[in-house]
Write a protein that binds this ligand. Structure first.
Ligand code: NZQ
Ligand code: ZN
Length: 386
């Protein structure tokens, strides 16, 4: 195992009535002016908005609303939030939603504190934010684990890049599984697959031999698979939902990454596909993963074989490492079909004339895995996904 430092800044309040129980004490610590950030309005339909407004009012806060944060949040939306935060002298941001709202606010918290263009500052000058507005997250859609890290995935429409910007860590995250019960089932499935993908992308990094982080990771993967199946059998199963919400958070709270360099090549490719098509993140990953893994098979056979046995319960008796590795990819692909995710870009509605060359050319090539992809190979992967 590599040397590491593990420090974790986010307080997690998990479980029933987590907002009611913990938000008053957290709000007492922050200033009067609060930016309440949310998406397209699901929180108004399921009662979460009303409940949080009640708690904010009871705490004596002056609330400015920042609404309409879209899936795959744009850099333009970040600027809108930063303007609102500056104009209203915001002391604290409460982000309520899934990965999109939670990511958008991380960058708002940084952009509001500087007149410099944050994209330029971070991606060209390689500088960091000058200051940050403190924030709290209330998770209404699980999957990304975005509430647990300080990386935000933002779409810069002008530059045609969907990439990471760095902002604040949340001071706290409220994870009440009941808040996620109104998620559309399509988003539940795509969120759960995203969480599984985070585990796999971490697992495929290095070091690649047996290590504690990967053994915990295998347990997370088994948990996600089992509880997604339970959720599909009974969408109201709150115990299964609770497991999924925490497993998704585990994917991004750093524990699985301890002592590891992660891979995330599937994510880098999907993000750029998103920059060109605005596709759903989890669905894009579902199509890309098995195809990408077929290309990784020669180099990744030992890890794939371990996943076959330890996660997918393939009986190793009489099988070679390559046969087990192949079985893992087949089990993963079958699972994707079983849970109703797409297996081709065509099924996702991605037009055949999408500029896949440009997607491949602008994808970040990661170095954490056993295989280093070339742009030509990524283009082949994209074509095979069609
Ligand atoms: O906008 P509203 O009306 O709230 O509807 C949302 C949205 O349409 C809906 N929703 C959320 N909670 C709901 C609900 N509907 C009913 N009831 C509820 N309780 O769900 C839809 C999708 O929400 P969104 O936040 O876009 O989904 P997700 O959580 O999958 O986030 C996707 C974004 O996160 C990024 C993705 O790239 C994408 O931009 N990611 C962020 C990561 C990170 N920061 O660590 C890691 C991931 O790999 C990912 O890249
Ligand atoms: Zn993801």
């Amino acid at each position: 195992m590599d040397t590491f430092t593990y420090r974790y800044p986010v307080a997690v309040y998990f479980g029933e009535k987590a907002a009611e129980k913990n938000l008053p004490a957290e709000l007492a610590k922050v200033g009067e002016n609060v930016l309440l950030a949310y998406g397209g309005g699901s929180i108004k339909r399921n009662g979460v908005y009303e409940e949080l407004m009640g708690l904010l009012t009871a705490a004596g806060k002056t609330v400015t609303e920042f609404s309409g944060i879209m899936s795959n949040p744009t850099y333009a939306k970040v600027q809108e939030g930063a303007r609102l935060a500056r104009e209203n002298h915001i002391d604290f941001i409460l982000a309520v939603g899934g990965g999109s709202v939670i990511d958008c606010c991380k960058v708002v918290s940084a952009q509001a504190k500087t007149d410099e263009d944050l994209w330029e500052l971070e991606t060209v000058k390689h500088g960091g934010p000058a200051g940050l507005i403190p924030m709290g997250a209330v998770v209404t859609a699980f999957g990304t684990g975005a509430e647990m890290n300080n990386g935000a995935v933002i779409t810069n429409e002008e530059k045609k890049v969907k990439g990471p910007l760095w902002g604040a860590f949340y001071d706290f995250a409220i994870l009440d599984p009941a808040y996620t019960m109104t998620m559309p089932m399509g988003q539940v499935i795509s969120g759960a697959f995203d969480a599984l993908s985070h585990c796999m992308e971490t697992y495929m990094g290095s070091p690649r031999g047996t290590n504690l982080s990967d053994e915990i990771n295998e347990a997370c993967q088994r948990n996600i698979i089992r509880n997604l199946r339970a959720t599909l059998r009974d969408p109201q199963d709150i115990a299964a939902r609770s497991e999924l919400v925490w497993a998704a958070a585990m994917g991004e709270n750093g524990i699985l990454k301890i002592g590891k360099v992660t891979d995330f090549q599937a994510h880098m490719l999907e993000h750029q596909l998103g920059a060109y098509t605005d596709c759903n993140h989890g669905r894009g990953l579902a199509v890309i993963h098995p195809v990408l893994y077929c290309h990784m098979l020669p180099e990744a056979a030992p890890q794939f074989a371990r996943l076959a046995v330890n996660v997918w319960d393939v009986d190793p008796a009489g099988k070679t490492e390559n046969e087990l590795a192949d079985a893992f990819i087949k089990m993963l692909a079958a699972f994707i079909e079983e849970i109703g995710l797409p297996t081709t870009f065509a099924q996702m509605g991605i037009p055949a004339d999408t500029d896949f060359q440009a997607v491949a050319d602008s994808t970040v090539l990661t170095g954490g895995c056993c295989k280093r992809f070339t742009r030509e190979e990524l283009l082949t992967v994209l074509h095979e996904c069609q």
